[in-house]
Design a binder for this molecule. Structure first.
Ligand SMILES: [Zn+2]
Length: 303
């Protein structure tokens, strides 16, 4: 039977700087596409945040799990790669297009790992700072059971090691990026993208342009020209894509921070269009341009 769900606006909002209207998603039509990144590491694409799968000798580490409606298809795509169990599912941040599958994987014995603020936000429910849309609290089964606070954490299965690093206040206040050194694969979650569009900064939930810049600086440091970068949204990226994205963030930060420090209000900054030249390249619509300026401006209110 065909299942068509009008997806919660909040869930899709996080895919980028969203527009007001969201098209319904026909889950039955979505296929999971698997790309081999080498050294038993794979990128899975469906609907929502891109997934990374790393296969060890006794189990699998997975980064992000997309929407609950796709869990069976994702499990089938992973089974086609390896019969081993998914031991760990790492959440890069709390947004529903990355954590929607948590309970479905947890029910199969997977341990969900995340920075601790994800657990807190999933349990409490959240509000979008731009639209005011509310996301309901998630059930206990959806919450990460293995969490860390700051710095780094290593998650291991036989022969494979994932290095998790928390970046403070970037896309949200619970971001983790993951590096698989043996495969030279970097997973950024939504702290970077390769859509060649502005990215959401979820300032109402601890997001901050300064952390976005810091995260992308870390990616430029850890990667080389051969690094395969699985961003939250958009095709597989290279270091040069991250460099381009980082330069845009730095310009946006510098210009808007200056106006903020001069005491300009949010409305004044939006009206001044300080990113007009960037908007022409990075914004699909006027609304996206305006929302991104608002997100950057609101970052500085965190002080
Ligand atoms: Zn997100």
């Amino acid at each position: 039977m065909k299942r068509i769900t009008l997806i919660a606006a909040a869930a899709v909002l996080w895919a980028g700087v969203a527009s007001a209207q969201q098209a319904p998603i026909d889950w039955d039509k979505i296929q999971i596409k698997t790309t081999d990144l080498g050294n038993k590491t794979y990128r899975l694409e469906g609907q929502g945040g891109n997934i990374t799968v790393a296969v060890g000798t006794d189990g699998i580490i997975m980064v992000d799990g997309q929407f609950a409606q796709l869990s069976d298809k994702i499990k089938a795509a992973i089974a086609a790669i390896s019969p081993l169990p998914v031991k760990y599912l790492i959440n890069t941040h709390f947004h529903g297009d990355h954590t929607g599958g948590n309970e479905n994987f947890a029910k199969s014995g997977t341990v969900v790992v995340a920075q601790d603020n994800i657990r807190v936000r999933l349990a409490a429910g959240t509000t979008n700072g731009i639209s005011g849309a509310k996301t309901a609290p998630r059930p206990p089964e959806a919450l990460p059971t293995e969490t860390y606070f700051g710095g780094t954490k290593v998650v291991e299965v036989g022969g494979r090691k994932a290095l998790l690093t928390h970046v403070t206040n970037a896309h949200t206040d619970g971001d983790t990026w993951v590096y698989f050194a043996d495969a030279n694969v970097l997973c950024t979650g939504d702290t970077s993208n390769n859509t060649k569009r502005y990215q959401t900064i979820d300032f109402a939930n601890g997001g901050d342009i300064r952390g976005m810049v810091a995260a992308n600086e870390a990616y430029l440091k850890i990667s080389n020209d051969d690094t395969k970068i699985v961003v939250g949204h958009g095709p597989l990226a290279k270091k040069s894509d991250v460099a381009e994205f980082h330069a845009m963030l730095v310009t946006a930060r510098d210009r808007i921070e200056k106006l903020f420090n001069e005491g300009k209000s949010e409305a004044e900054v939006v009206a001044a269009k300080p990113l007009a030249d960037l908007d022409a390249k990075w914004a699909a619509t006027e609304e996206q341009a305006k929302n991104f300026t608002r997100m950057v401006y609101n970052s500085f209110k965190r002080s």
